[in-house]
Design a protein around this ligand. Structure first.
Ligand code: FE2
Length: 287
């Protein structure tokens, strides 16, 4: 076993998006802060309605997937195709923008806590223009496994294997073969899991700090930082002094050129110019 170590930490920076939703951006804060196939990770966490109430009014996407994991709160999603969905605490919306979507993501609460993540995952060139699609996953469809050393794992994508027992998550079989776990660890408890060599992997502690790597050479990662892991065939995560709650992501890199213009992510400049023209003419949503 070659256990992955902490290679680089990308500290989240405060920013805002949509109509003024306050969030923390780690991956994707610059073009150099991506981790193929992961383009961006936004974390929103606030009790103040002024930070979220304006939401994300109608906006387009093309060429990738957006994955929204709601920890606390209620967002209503509507798109130009008439698809609507309610994203409630503990639920996930896995949206494949493909050739184009125009949608809004609006809070359905006027007070209380709003907390969660939006992750952008790239699509391979051959899938960038496929029709848009959704998976709306409710909290009770996400399996939760208890860890023998304390703690638990929610399996959103990929399969958890503990002592030869497999717990598959609801998202399987995508080209990037993503693994998406929400891991809670008491102080000092360790979670070890296989991750295929060659896949890119990172962790993001959103409660408490996290220790990464094998015993004897662990490195501490602060809360609200994306920790990019070295290559290897397994990960070993240990709860920090106050315990940890983290998301662990891994995926098969696409190794293709990335040209991004806001919510359009393609392979060439020409394709971006086409996306802008299609959005302006209405062709982006003419399906
Ligand atoms: Fe969006």
């Amino acid at each position: 076993m070659n256990t992955r170590t902490l290679q680089r930490a990308i500290e989240a920076i405060p920013t805002s998006d949509g109509a003024g939703v306050k969030l923390r951006r780690s991956l994707g804060q610059t073009a150099w802060a991506r981790l193929d196939p992961f383009l961006m990770l936004d974390h929103f966490s606030t009790e103040n309605p002024d930070d979220y109430i304006a939401g994300f009014p109608a906006h387009p996407h093309r060429g990738f997937e957006t994955v929204t994991y709601m920890l606390d709160g209620h967002l209503r999603h509507e798109d130009h195709l008439g698809h609507t969905g309610d994203l409630k605490s503990g639920g996930v919306q896995w949206m494949t923008a493909g050739r184009g979507i125009v949608h809004s993501e609006m809070p359905q609460q006027e007070q209380g806590r709003m907390r969660g993540f939006q992750l952008w995952i790239n699509l391979p060139a051959k899938e960038k223009m496929k029709p848009a699609g959704y998976r709306d996953i409710q909290a009770d469809e996400i399996p939760v496994a208890t860890l023998p050393g304390g703690g638990r794992v929610k399996v959103i994508a990929g399969t958890l294997v503990q002592d030869g027992r497999a717990t598959p998550g609801p998202i399987q079989g995508l080209s990037t073969d993503p693994l998406y776990f929400d891991v809670e660890l008491p102080a000092g408890a360790t979670f070890a899991h296989a991750v295929p060599a060659g896949y890119h992997a990172f962790v993001y502690p959103f409660e408490g700090s996290l220790e990464i790597g094998p015993e004897g050479s662990r490195r501490l990662l602060k809360t609200h930082s994306a920790g990019v892991l070295s290559d290897g065939d397994s990960v070993e995560l240990t709860g920090g002094p106050d315990g940890s709650r983290v998301i662990l992501l891994a995926g098969r890199p696409l190794l293709e050129p990335i040209v991004q213009y806001g919510p359009f992510v393609m392979n060439t400049r020409e394709e971006i110019e086409q996306a802008i023209r299609d959005y302006q003419s209405g062709a982006l949503t003419a399906h």
